[in-house]
Design a protein around this ligand. Structure first.
Ligand code: URP
Ligand code: ZN
Ligand code: ZN
Length: 455
């Protein structure tokens, strides 16, 4: 064997037990008690939890956005992922007018592949149907391993928005090829209306980012997307769900048996819209904005009861000088925050403190992402799967600071956050990429994950 991890408590979504894990050629070769085999490397995990690597299905690395490019390159973002126990990241390339899906993805892959420190996959954002040619390309995209397409119902002026007719066409075509339609739900007309009003009134602090996109602005678009998905029986995945009313509509559709899936992000679980009143409120500006306490409570309730399917980060950090562009005008703040290194520790800490079970944290951050997005080799500690493994010390206290993160950004909304328990080792396909605070991997080691459509 190449590696044996001994005496740890294995946590999968539906089971926890003490056993040893043996790894050969990057795969989990055997799981059992008292494994007595020769191995090149033996790790004693007594007192530790042994978890499947996290899968962050929502990141924007080196993304041109808001008049700049997000601060983490593929190298920095995936290095940080490794150090936070995330072994696969999904990025969101954006198809531009007149361009194809596979060419868009290949262009980003050429950037990502030499830099990736963990495994990676792509959803593709569709911004233009190219008179139907894009729909004709869906099958080729799926054959290439891209089995999910994202529609922005916002960012109209930025040229990213998809109208309702196009959304329905995408839902239908995606169903035909076994793909998922991901949606960013907010109402652009209401946002534009409020932005114009607040500008005219000279209301330009970060608080008015939230006030121009409050709960009901997100809820309308959530409900509209759910309505179309129900109408054509499509598979809909709502990204970064942040509001109670939209959440309830999506949960109701799920209860009715529709293929509606819900993602939320740690920033919506930890903070409330009050952060936008802070002096550094601009650093928290993301879209949809962080909502009020009622929404946060509803999100946690849905996490506990099983209605939310995944937690991912929407990692899209910008440097302080870029956030400062909007010091006196919230419309100039690039939208997005950091989180890739905090996802798994945050959700596991919630488990460690009894808010949810460790199994549920693993389900939200590893098993469900793998199942929903067709990563057949990933998501659980099972014989035959990739040996993407995190060793987690439940007793280790950790305070998040920009100083102990492994990204390229210069500030984090998570500064000072204390978590209970922390990853101490991360293996990607059996190779150690993080140990005790240090990145030990290599850029270019990460491999493209070719995904399998639902059929
Ligand atoms: O503010 C955000 N979320 N920035 C990234 C782009 C997006 O909308 O997901
Ligand atoms: Zn979004
Ligand atoms: Zn996003």
């Amino acid at each position: 064997m190449d590696l044996i991890i001994k005496n740890g408590t294995i946590i999968n979504a539906k089971e926890s037990y003490t056993a040893d894990i043996a790894v050969k050629d990057g795969k989990i070769a055997c799981i059992g008690t008292g494994l007595d085999m020769k191995a090149d490397q033996v790790v004693d995990a007594k007192g530790m939890l042994v978890l499947p690597g996290g899968i962050d299905v929502h990141t924007h690395l080196a993304m041109p956005f808001g008049g700049t490019v997000s601060a983490d390159s593929y190298l920095a973002g995936t290095r940080a992922a490794a150090c936070g126990g995330v072994t696969t990241v999904f990025d969101y390339p954006i198809q531009r007018k007149g361009r194809g899906i596979v060419e868009t993805v290949k262009e980003r892959m050429a950037m990502c592949d030499p830099e990736a420190c963990v495994d990676y996959a792509f959803h593709c954002c569709i911004t233009d149907l190219n008179e139907g040619a894009i729909l004709d390309e869906f099958q080729s995209a799926v054959d290439y391993g891209v089995t999910s397409f994202k529609c922005f119902l916002v960012y109209k002026k930025e040229g990213l928005m998809v109208d309702d007719g196009s959304l329905v066409k995408i839902l239908l075509k995606a169903k035909e090829v076994g793909a998922m339609t991901n949606i960013h739900a907010e109402n652009p007309d209401l946002i534009d209306m409020y932005v114009a009003q607040f500008k005219a009134e000279g209301k330009l602090s970060a608080w008015y980012h939230y006030m121009s996109r409050p709960e009901f602005v997100e809820a309308e678009a959530d409900k509209r997307a759910v309505h179309w998905a129900k109408s054509v029986d499509g598979s809909l995945y709502i990204v970064h769900m942040a509001d109670k009313e939209g959440l309830e509509a999506a949960l109701e559709a799920k209860r009715q048996g529709y293929n509606i899936y819900i993602e939320t992000c740690p920033q919506y679980l930890e903070f409330t819209s009050d952060v936008y009143k802070r002096e550094d409120g601009r650093n928290f500006v993301c879209s949809p904005p962080i909502k009020g306490q009622e929404s946060q409570d509803a999100l946690w309730e849905a996490i506990r009861l099983g209605g939310i399917d995944t937690v991912a980060t929407d990692h899209c950090p910008f440097q302080s000088f870029e956030k400062d562009w909007g010091k006196d005008d919230f419309t100039k703040i690039p939208n997005g925050c950091a989180g890739i290194e905090n996802l798994y520790p945050y959700m596991l800490s919630a488990a460690n403190q009894g808010k949810i079970s460790f199994n549920r944290a693993v389900e939200l951050c590893a098993e469900n992402p793998a199942k929903l997005f067709g990563c057949a080799e990933k998501g659980s500690l099972t014989v035959g799967k990739d040996a993407d493994i995190v060793i987690y010390d439940p007793k280790k206290d950790f305070t998040i600071s920009v100083e102990n993160m492994h990204s390229d950004y210069d500030h984090t909304i998570w500064e000072g956050k204390k978590v209970k328990g922390y990853p101490v080792k991360t293996f990607v396909r059996g190779t150690l990429v993080y140990a005790d605070g240090e990145f030990t991997g290599k850029p270019g080691f990460g491999k493209y994950v070719k995904r399998i459509p639902k059929k």
